[in-house]
Write a protein that binds this ligand. Structure first.
Ligand code: 5GP
Ligand code: MG
Ligand code: MG
Length: 178
């Protein structure tokens, strides 16, 4: 999709992200210590870089699975309608699950997916989001762990796209139209 010209201003550096993930991994380790196997569920596509870095810091037996939910299309505004584009491959009933999201914005996506996965009766389920825009929340849901609180800006990088571009930036930046 062609967009207006824009630049990306760095907001959270790769180094800052890496340091935060080390801390989060420690907390997650303590919360799930003793699990025989943790199923780490990444919400595609925005969480793919985060989940890759997070599981490599997690000193626990893990299995990785993915779910694709779509609410944004190619624009910058949430449609508030969550569609499951790709379901998990594995079963999560009776398992320990960590759901990994890139950004919690209005909250519609996380709430919908948490409801869907809880209906499958995992033994324990926790949620983690790399970024949280608390000021944008429209439904009552919060991730158990948040990497960074951010203001109401449209961000890209570290797995997160604008019209499918910029996912490969190593940092989180905000889009500024020029
Ligand atoms: P929610 O359902 O909470 O409104 O939206 C969640 C999803 O919208 C996130 O998982 C993310 O994919 C997308 N989203 C929210 N804010 C941003 C943003 O600033 N940039 C991008 N690229 N996607 C966002
Ligand atoms: Mg997402
Ligand atoms: Mg997206």
């Amino acid at each position: 999709m062609p967009t207006r010209p824009y630049v990306i201003d760095e907001m959270i550096s790769a180094k800052t992200i890496a340091a935060r993930i080390e801390d989060l991994a420690r907390e997650i380790h303590d919360a799930f210590e003793g699990t025989d196997k943790l199923v780490v569920v990444g919400l595609l596509r925005g969480s793919f870089v985060f989940i890759a870095d997070l599981v490599r810091e997690l000193d626990l037996p893990v299995e990785v699975d993915f779910l694709e939910a779509s609410s944004y299309g190619d624009g910058t505004e949430s449609s508030r309608e969550v569609k499951i584009m790709k379901d998990l491959r594995g079963q999560i009933g009776g398992r320990d699950v960590l759901l990994v999201e890139d950004i919690v914005d209005t909250g519609f996506t996380l709430k919908h997916v948490v409801g869907l996965l809880k209906a499958r009766k995992p033994a324990h389920m926790k949620t983690i989001a790399l970024l949280n825009k608390q000021s944008r929340r429209e439904v009552d849901i919060n991730a158990d762990w948040v990497g960074f609180e951010i203001p109401d800006e449209f961000v890209v990088g570290y797995g997160i796209d604008f019209a499918q571009r910029n996912r490969n930036l190593p940092y989180i930046g905000k889009v500024r139209f020029t």
